[in-house]
Design a protein around this ligand. Structure first.
Ligand code: S3P
Length: 169
């Protein structure tokens, strides 16, 4: 069966949803962040501060390329995979792309407590709120471009989102 590929901005609930789906559907869950951090040998934050975003994106793309031919997975993808069209064509080859969306207000609220999360360094210079707001707005059109189905964790519970995704299957 095709992979279920969750894309979406940081803090929208991809990881929580992917864990719930993995249990309910009895499918293996893979987080591209976890794979990338393992390959980097350190947290994403440490890697980015030492080597920069471009190098992280290269590692992220390698991890996605290594998934070619996989099936039946629940893929929890990093929020920036949409920055590279090659990632999306690979993920779309054997995957149903699902956009896990949430309002900017909710994303900010959910992330405020985790701004120094080791996996989520600032994407650009400046203050946290500006960084999140500018990148969120910039990326909405990217997520829309690649998405077959959308679930919204601002208006629906994780349970409701899971049920909607199960209906897709
Ligand atoms: C990123 C989101 C993070 C992680 C890295 C880059 C982004 O993943 O891949 O910090 O570019 O938005 P999550 O979306 O799981 O937080």
């Amino acid at each position: 069966m095709k992979n279920l590929v969750l894309i979406g901005f940081r803090g929208t609930g991809k990881s929580t949803l992917s864990q719930e789906l993995s249990q309910r559907l009895k499918r293996k869950r893979i987080s591209t962040d976890e794979v990338a951090a393992e390959r980097a040998g350190m947290s994403i934050s440490d890697f980015v501060s030492q080597h920069g975003w471009a190098e992280f994106r290269r590692i992220e793309a390698e991890c996605i390329a290594d998934l070619r031919g996989s099936e039946n997975l629940i893929l929890d993808s990093g929020g920036g995979v949409v920055e590279n069209p090659e990632n999306m064509s690979l993920l779309g080859e054997h995957g149903i792309i699902i956009w896990v969306h949430a309002s900017l207000e909710d994303v900010l609220k959910r992330l405020m407590g985790t701004v120094h999360d080791a996996q989520r360094p600032l994407l650009s210079q400046g203050d946290f709120r500006t960084d999140i707001t500018e990148n969120y707005i910039r990326r909405v059109s990217m997520y829309k471009r690649y998405t077959a189905f959308t679930v919204n964790t601002s208006t629906h519970t994780i349970e409701e989102c899971c049920a909607a995704i199960e209906k897709i299957l």
